[in-house]
Design a protein around this ligand. Structure first.
Ligand code: GN1
Ligand code: MG
Length: 358
């Protein structure tokens, strides 16, 4: 029995495990599928404990959210609930995770016949908007406390401070590169406007709600007909501005290029995806979204590529300690691509506003 099987054996009968194979392409955790009877039956995940330092809080958050959604679905008579909401298995320790050699692991059911995408059509974007809106809506009456699992996760003031700290420390000498200096200067130029959300929050004008906070298009499972089955990757569910979910989905789905596209000419902001997603999102959130939140959705569509550029650039300057990378300049390439997307999104904000106000 190899190391992965022995870990999985804390959650499922080890005799039934045939193989364990890599799954997905997240930048933080390591994910595998456990094959039983020739089929993927479970998902095994190594939780990145450097990023999620409080795994007990992490799993409590996830259990609170999945149980709440499950109960809602049951009372609404939703069919096939096991394919609509994640289910984490209890280990022989009684918890939904185990620690082995200082590494944290968990197992969830694999949802069969489901698909993830790195890009979507407008039709799928509409369903995605509706689903993320519904997701937030389902959680508006969640009573269990949800901890801020990564403090200040989507606080742009904090992310800018991290960038400034990296620039000042310059631990690996990246600030010698002219391009890095220029990118930092551009980030600084746009920073005042980008901090608008935090300013409004400090004035008591903007609420925080329980949001998903990682609504990349590949964090959603679709069935073979394009219906959204289930929202996955619940690690970052926490109180945040609704901008998190709206902005981060468009950052991935409305980008006509890749998140790390080396060819900046591939990168445009796809307004068709914006419109379809926004339509669905406004339907899903109609019961609670305030006029101010609604008015600021175009701002959110620019904030997230900006924030992601800041985060990738910070990691590049820090010597790539946070995101998984495939080559040494990967975080710089990602920064360039997110910066281009930010510029492209900014160029469309008037159009976005028009669409939202009708
Ligand atoms: C990370 O785990 P993954 O790959 O879905 C990151 C997100 C970033 C994203 C960029 C905990 O998400 O915030 O937007 O990479 N998650 C964390 O692709 O930092
Ligand atoms: Mg993910």
């Amino acid at each position: 029995m190899n190391a992965l099987s022995s870990i999985a054996g804390h959650f499922v009968d080890p005799k039934t495990i045939e193989t364990i194979q890599p799954l997905g392409n997240g930048l933080i955790n390591d994910t595998y599928k456990i094959i039983v009877g020739g089929q993927p039956k479970y998902v095994l995940q190594r939780i990145n404990n450097a990023v999620f330092t409080d795994v007990e809080m992490l799993q409590n958050n996830i259990e609170a959210v999945t149980n709440h959604i499950r109960q809602k679905y049951e009372s609404q008579g939703v069919k096939d609930i096991n394919r609509r909401v994640l289910h984490f298995l209890k280990a022989d320790t009684g918890k939904t995770y185990v620690v082995e050699d200082g590494q944290y692991w968990r197992v969830m059911d694999f949802i069969a016949d489901s698909y993830t995408y790195e890009a979507v059509t407008p039709e799928y974007a509409y369903y995605a908007g509706r689903s993320f809106g519904d997701f937030e809506s389902l959680l508006t009456d969640l009573e269990a406390p949800i901890g801020e699992i990564i403090p200040d996760f989507h606080n742009i003031e904090f992310r800018l401070k991290q960038l400034e700290d990296a620039v000042a420390a310059d631990p690996v000498g990246q600030m010698r590169e002219l391009e890095v200096q220029k990118l930092v200067a551009k980030v600084r130029e746009a920073s005042e406007w980008m901090c608008l959300g935090e300013v409004l929050y400090s004035q008591g004008k903007l609420p925080k709600r329980i949001c998903h906070c990682d609504t990349k298009v590949n964090n959603m499972l679709f069935d073979k007909d394009g219906n959204v089955l289930c929202i996955i990757d619940l690690d970052t569910v926490m109180p945040s501005f609704v901008f998190s979910d709206f902005g981060d989905f468009l950052r991935s789905a409305a980008n006509t290029g890749a998140e790390d596209d080396p060819d900046l000419d591939n990168i445009h902001f796809n307004m068709e995806i914006f419109e379809a997603f926004t339509k669905g999102y406004l339907e899903g959130t109609a019961s609670f979204l305030t006029p101010l939140e609604k008015d600021l959705l175009p701002y959110a569509a620019t904030l997230f590529p900006y924030m992601q550029a800041v985060r990738f650039l910070t990691d590049y300057i820090n010597g790539n300690t946070y995101y998984k990378i495939k080559y040494s300049t990967h975080n710089l390439v990602r920064t360039r691509a997110q910066w281009r997307l930010f510029e492209e999104a900014c160029a469309h904000t008037d159009e976005m506003k028009k669409f939202i106000t009708g």
